[in-house]
Ligand binder design. Structure first.
Ligand code: ARG
Length: 266
């Protein structure tokens, strides 16, 4: 489906391909309590930049919620470990692993070769691709159209930033960088930027919830498919194994699919 040139595809359709339906089975982790056989009482610090709906955002009570939170909660139950969530600025979030401040990052993080140099990633848990969010009245049907715009908005240091650089050049003054997604969206709504490059699932979610604004999503073949992974310190191989096993359990039990449909129902 990614080979199609320019469909105004909703992210749900893109993301759906990442969701391997697994046979629902009775969940062994359904009671959610930590078993007495667990040797460690360690609580892992799990960080995310909660500015990225539907993966993570802050609700009206100041609580972090979203797909990543539900997934990690389910994994913690399945793997008998405990977690504590922390909201962290996107800028510098990777460094908090190394510093020991956080043990796990789950934040819609795309697995890249460069990031693998400093972090270890779990098995992929979600598939997206970079897409272009286009406001009403703007006609973008190719990357060439992107080069004709005045400003293209991205979140600094994301794979959307990299994708924009690929098209416009790393030093292009057309790339307008912002600290987080809501800031880019504010700018696109006010006309300060004429397009945004970001993850399909997030752009699709935004369009779905702002139907009245007439935004559309443009897919271009120049952008690659990306996989989200959960990041840990490279030396924490036991933790990585726990995460991978828990992720598998959550897929096998059907919980992954439930969480998926909660956030990406059509
Ligand atoms: N997937 C993109 C990346 O890895 C964007 C992630 C942004 N996540 C967030 N929670 N703000 O660069």
């Amino acid at each position: 489906i990614f080979a199609k040139p320019l469909p105004y595809l909703l992210a749900a359709a893109v993301a759906l391909s990442a969701c391997q339906p697994s046979t629902p089975a009775q969940s062994a982790a359904s009671d959610g309590s930590a078993s007495a056989t667990t040797s460690s009482n360690k609580v892992y610090n799990v960080a995310m930049n909660a500015n990225f709906p539907p993966f993570e955002s802050i609700d009206s009570n100041g609580k972090i919620h979203g797909f990543d939170v539900d997934l990690m909660d389910a994994m913690a139950r399945a793997g008998n470990f405990k977690v504590r969530y922390k909201n962290q600025p996107w800028d510098g979030i990777f460094a908090t692993l190394k510093g020991g401040e956080n043990d796990i990052l789950i934040s819609g993080i795309t697995i890249t070769d460069e990031r693998r140099q400093t972090m270890a990633f779990s098995e992929p848990y979600f598939e997206v691709k970079q897409v272009i969010l286009v406001p009403k009245g703007q006609s973008i049907t190719s990357v060439n159209d992107l080069t004709k715009l005045d400003k293209v908005g991205v979140t600094t240091g994301t794979t959307g930033d990299l994708a924009a650089q690929k098209i416009l050049g790393a030093t292009s003054s057309k790339i307008a960088r912002f600290e987080n997604l809501p800031l880019v969206i504010k700018e696109i709504e006010s006309g300060g930027v004429q397009a945004m490059v970001s993850d399909s699932a997030v752009v699709g979610h935004y369009i779905k919830n702002n139907g009245d604004k007439g935004f559309s999503m443009v897919e271009v073949p120049d952008f690659d498919v990306e996989q989200y992974g959960i990041a840990v310190r490279p030396e924490d191989s036991a933790l990585l194994q726990t995460l991978n096993q828990s992720l598998q359990k959550v897929r096998d039990s059907g919980e992954y699919e439930q969480i998926y449909s909660k956030y990406f129902a059509k």
